[in-house]
Design a protein around this ligand. Structure first.
Ligand code: PMP
Length: 417
């Protein structure tokens, strides 16, 4: 799959592109079910970064020598590629360190435009801490209040009637995850952004869990801003994308000051560069952008709809397997009424999630256990932690079977079977 031509989808073939998947852990072949935390990287991404350092490494935008021009072109091409990937224009794409930095940038710039005493920031109860804490920080500064669209614990979905009621009460900023990293819930972002627009709110979508798993088109969604992390979509760590609708992005004040984000500097004061450069102070993560470019090429060659379908297939199988054990609780949408993305959180009866993941690791399986940066949601669900298996296009039905065997052994060990 190193070329970018579409081929019939085969998880078994695609796995071959991922060197890290070919290893054994604790004496057994690795079963990697932690892609919601970070995805593995295909060889084409790793090689693009090596190639950059071996041939083109130079600082960008500031030099006229050959290497600097090549590095600049590669960096700006990556911006263009990201724009195409999300259905946007290049000047609407800001490179960040990841989704977390994207939200922090928005919180700290939007606060000057739309927040103030008593203004409402509307979030949901299933947000990752990175889409709660930055808002709490600016709410404290500005006197804004935060409200949350409730999650229905039984279904893992948002209470849409309550959402409409909250929008009707007046909202300045609405920020919401596309896919929950804990519940696997796929939120109806198109409707939510339409309601936000009607309410006169700025809308932000956290696409950390969706950008690498399905088509994400900012115009189709109708959001004003969107953030994501490169490392969850086959790209390197330390790079992410912030999309901002043209005029809204241009209108935001800068966040961090330094080189590159300025138009003119005197000892007395400075004027700003245009977006997106206004938001990229200092030397950017050029290798990250280049790696992310290769990752987006790779994902499009695999096919984003094929990835979505494969995730759904495996997660359905995994839910079937897990629910066949007595007393196992599965979180998030469990029936056809709600789409469940490739993440499944579960609790084995009377066995702590940390014991589950530690024992699974001894069976060669990488799961995640804990609060998944969703502490308030855990409280709402009434559990201290969950175990989470997350799937990607390089996972196979054999991986689901390995999960089943591991859960069976763990249940027997704790005399639950
Ligand atoms: N939002 C969601 C839904 C996530 O799952 C994550 C990562 N777990 C983030 C935001 C934060 O991403 P990052 O740590 O890459 O900034």
């Amino acid at each position: 799959m190193q070329s970018n031509q579409a081929k019939p989808f085969s998880a078994y073939q695609l796995r071959e592109d991922f060197p890290a998947l070919a290893q054994s852990v604790n004496g057994v072949p690795l079963v990697y079910l932690d892609s919601a935390a970070t995805s593995q990287k295909p060889r084409s991404v790793i090689q693009s970064i090596c190639r950059y350092y071996e041939n083109d490494n130079a600082n960008v935008h500031r030099g006229v020598h050959a290497l600097s021009e090549r590095a600049t072109a590669a960096y700006e091409n990556a911006r263009g590629r990201a724009a195409k990937f999300f259905g946007a224009e290049a000047q609407e794409i800001v490179f960040t360190r990841g989704a977390t930095e994207g939200v922090n940038l928005l919180a700290n710039t939007l606060k000057k435009r739309v927040l103030g005493e008593g203004k409402t920031i509307l979030l949901t109860e299933m947000e990752h801490h990175s889409n709660i804490v930055p808002w709490q920080m600016v709410a404290q500064e500005t006197g804004a209040v935060i409200r949350y669209i409730p999650v229905v614990p039984e279904t893992g979905m948002l209470d849409e009637d309550e959402a409409k009621r909250l929008f009707a009460g007046g909202v300045a900023i609405f920020s919401c995850t596309h896919i929950s990293n804990t519940l696997g819930t796929v939120n109806p972002v198109q409707s939510l952004c339409a309601w936000a627009r009607e309410a006169g709110a700025v809308s932000i979508i956290d696409a950390a869990q969706s950008a690498g798993h399905r088509k994400v088109d900012v115009r189709e969604i109708g959001c004003d801003f969107l953030v994501c992390s490169g490392h969850k979509m086959c790209g390197p760590m330390g790079v992410g994308v912030l999309y901002g609708e043209g005029s809204l992005l241009q209108d935001l004040p800068p966040w961090q000051g330094g080189g590159e984000m300025i138009s003119r500097v005197t000892y007395e004061g400075s004027t700003w560069n245009k977006a997106p450069h206004k938001f990229e102070a200092g030397t950017p993560n050029v290798e990250g952008a280049i790696g992310l470019h290769a990752a987006m090429d790779y994902l499009d060659a695999v096919g984003r709809e094929e990835i979505r379908l494969h995730d759904a297939l495996l997660v359905r199988e995994a839910m079937g397997v897990l629910s066949s054990f007595p007393g196992v609780r599965i979180f998030g949408p469990v029936d056809e009424s709600g789409e469940h993305a490739g993440v499944v959180s579960f609790a084995l009866p009377g066995i702590h999630a940390h014991d589950v993941v530690t024992l699974a690791d001894s069976h060669g399986i990488a799961l995640r256990g804990g609060h998944h940066c969703n502490q308030p949601l855990m409280k709402k669900l009434g559990v201290p932690a969950t175990a989470r298996a997350s799937f990607y296009f390089y996972n196979t039905e054999e991986d689901v079977e390995a999960l089943r065997c591991s859960v069976e052994k763990i249940m027997r060990m704790f005399s639950k079977l």
